[in-house]
Design a protein around this ligand. Structure first.
Ligand code: GDP
Length: 327
């Protein structure tokens, strides 16, 4: 059993959607830590007049156990009647939104009209659905990812869902980021963290938008906490999604080494897959401690196993002592 010098250490996870939610679930199962999560809001878009927040919803549905486990997003036991009607009425329906999911977006949009902040609404929804972990937004302002392809600048969901990540990405910008203010909850969570984990989320499309909010990267860099990333790539390939393509098209090496290099001014440690063991020396030459593990989270047991292993085997900093070191 892992022993901690700090009674119940504060662990902060920076997370996108699918990959982020998997590790979030593993960490949430650990009673010996106090977990908070900062989620990505730059995938947000308006559909059918409603504000949709895909990554925050994936985290909420996963942590509440309501998620569709086969997909890793959306709700289990969903219907599509609302979307069918929207199609009959001549609307574009390439973005799948289930009937129950629509209920959540109606609620969120209504609360926004009533003047509640995005973070108030996100935490109210999470609590109503039984999520115990504080789900924090990086900003209450609107920040949205825009991708430059051969067609010009397009919306994130147009690229991700409608075009299934097929176009080459020539450039990326996070519209609204420059003027955005970090939430006080995000700054406090960073300040109070004993350990910060960057989830195995897409480094460019899910984590970078969080880091783009003025003040958040500085707060992370000056935090007393150790910062550890988990690679979303094994042997240069993501489990799902376009992380390798996007990294390569922006001139980054699509590999565990490329992920470490991308985060090098931020992280102290990275956990990469056993299969990538030959990358260890090059990563350690960057001044980043490199841990090897099985980083595939195929099922619930894997999520908990990886979360426990990160804390027991890969964290070495003031405040934590692994079981071996504590004996
Ligand atoms: P999105 O916003 O829904 O795309 O979600 P994320 O950015 O959080 O997650 C996408 C990333 O998660 C991809 O780059 C995947 O390679 C990574 N990922 C998904 N499942 C796993 C897993 O089991 N282990 C690891 N290490 N990464 C994973």
């Amino acid at each position: 059993m892992t022993q901690f010098k700090v009674n119940k250490p504060n662990v902060l996870l920076l997370a996108g959607g699918a990959g982020g939610a998997k590790l979030a679930e593993g960490l949430a199962a650990m009673e010996e830590i106090s977990l908070s999560i900062i989620g990505n809001i730059a995938d947000d878009e308006i559909f059918h007049g409603l504000w949709v927040s895909p990554d925050i919803d994936t985290l909420t549905y996963s942590l509440s156990g309501l998620v569709n486990r086969d997909q890793g997003w959306g709700l289990a036991d969903e219907g599509s009647k609302a979307l069918e009607m929207l199609k009959i009425l001549g609307n574009d329906t390439w973005m799948f939104l289930g009937d129950k999911d629509f209920g959540l977006h109606i609620h969120r949009s209504n609360r926004l009209r009533q003047g509640y902040s995005r973070s108030e609404i996100a935490s109210e929804i999470a609590q109503s659905l039984g999520v115990k972990v504080p789900l924090i937004l990086p900003t209450d302002d609107v920040v949205q990812t825009r991708l430059k392809t051969n067609e010009g600048w397009i919306l994130f969901q147009d690229y991700f869902v409608r075009q299934r990540c097929a176009p080459d990405v020539l450039d990326i910008r996070f519209e609204g980021a420059e003027q955005a203010k970090p939430t006080s909850q995000a700054l406090t969570a960073i300040e109070q963290a004993d350990l910060i984990i960057i989830a195995p989320s897409n480094p460019i499309l899910s984590i970078e938008p969080i880091l783009s909010i003025p003040g958040l990267k500085d707060a992370l860099q000056s935090s007393k906490a150790s910062i550890l990333a988990v690679s979303p790539l094994i042997a240069g390939k993501p489990f799902k999604g376009p992380a390798d393509k996007v990294m390569a098209s922006l001139g980054l090496e699509a590999s565990a080494i490329g992920v470490a290099n991308h985060y090098r001014d931020l992280i102290d440690q990275i956990v990469i897959d056993d299969q990538d063991c030959e990358a260890t020396a090059e990563i350690e030459d960057m001044g980043i401690a490199c841990g090897l593990d099985d980083i595939s989270m195929r099922d619930q047991a894997d999520k908990v196993r990886l979360a426990r292993s990160i804390l027991a085997n890969h964290v070495s900093f003031n405040g934590f002592v692994s079981s071996e070191a504590a004996q």
